[in-house]
Design a binder for this molecule. Structure first.
Ligand code: VIB
Length: 222
C-alpha cells in the first residue's frame, strides 16, 4: 500500500488528537478562553507568521521544479502581502498595536517551533520541509471543522473568538489545506518504509511543538 498523509496522522494519533482537541481549542470554541491567553497567542502568532514566511522562502530554495517554486512563492506572497496585514488588523481589534508587535520578544515555544521547521528544511529536502509545515497547514483547518461538529461550540455574537473560527473554516483556507494534503499524498505514495519512519518523526515533533504553542497561550509563558 502506498503511504498517504493520513498514515502520518495515524502513526502520531495521540499527539495529533492532543493538538486538535487541546484545552486552548475547546475553550476558544465555547468562548470561555481568557482574553489574556488569546492576546498572548495572537502576539506570538505574529512572530510565528514572520518565521513561517521564511520557511516558504526556504521551500522556494529547495524546490526542484518550477511548479514547486511557484507554489512556494505563492505561499510566501500570501503570508507577506495578505495574512500578516490581516493579522495586524485583527491584533488591533484586540487592543494590540503594531508598535507593540514590532517590539515583542519571541517566546521560547515560538522559537522552538519555528526554528525546528527551518532547521528540518535546511538539513532535509522539500518533502521533509512540507511534512514539518503540515501540522500548521492542515491542523488549523481540521480544528475549525472539529469545533463546528461540537455542540459545545458557540458561534456568532455568543463567542468573542468567532472570527478566528470563521477564518479557518473559510473555503479559501479549506481549499489550501486540501491542496497541501494532495501534494503530500502524491510524494508519500513513492517512499520506502524507512523514509516513512523519518517523516513520521518530523510530523510528531512538529505536532508536539504545536501543542506547546497552545500551552504557551494558556500559561502566558515567554
Ligand atoms: C501556531 C500556528 N500554527 C498554525 C497556524 C496556521 N497557519 C499559519 S501560516 C499558515 C499557512 C499560510 O497561510 C497557516 C495555515 C498559525 N497561524 N499558528
Amino acid at each position: 500500500m502506498p503511504y498517504q498523509f493520513d498514515d502520518l496522522k495515524e502513526r502520531c494519533r495521540d499527539e495529533w488528537q492532543a493538538y486538535i482537541q487541546h484545552r486552548f481549542v475547546t475553550q476558544l470554541g465555547d468562548g470561555s478562553l481568557a482574553s489574556e491567553s488569546f492576546q498572548h497567542y495572537l502576539k506570538q502568532d505574529y512572530l510565528f507568521l514572520i518565521q513561517f514566511a521564511r520557511a516558504f522562502a526556504l521551500a522556494a530554495y529547495k524546490s526542484p521544479t518550477l511548479a514547486d517554486l511557484r507554489q512556494a512563492k505563492d505561499g510566501l506572497q500570501a503570508i507577506v502581502d495578505v495574512e500578516l496585514g490581516l493579522h495586524i488588523d485583527y491584533c488591533k481589534a484586540w487592543g494590540i498595536s503594531e508598535q507593540e508587535l514590532a517590539e515583542l520578544p519571541e517566546a521560547r515555544a515560538t522559537l522552538a517551533y519555528t526554528r525546528y521547521v527551518l532547521d528540518t528544511g535546511n538539513r532535509g529536502d522539500l518533502l521533509d520541509l512540507h511534512v514539518a509545515l503540515s501540522p500548521c497547514m492542515v491542523g488549523y483547518g481540521e480544528i475549525a471543522n472539529w469545533l463546528n461538529d461540537r455542540p459545545e461550540t458557540a458561534r456568532g455574537d455568543r463567542n468573542p473568538y468567532d472570527a478566528w473560527i470563521s477564518m479557518y473554516e473559510s473555503d479559501e483556507f479549506q481549499d489550501a489545506m486540501k491542496a497541501e494534503i494532495r501534494w503530500l499524498d502524491k510524494r508519500l505514495a513513492e517512499i520506502s518504509p524507512a523514509r516513512f519512519e523519518q517523516l513520521a518523526r518530523i510530523f510528531s515533533d512538529a505536532t508536539r511543538l504545536e501543542i506547546d504553542f497552545w500551552e504557551m497561550g494558556l500559561t502566558l509563558s515567554n
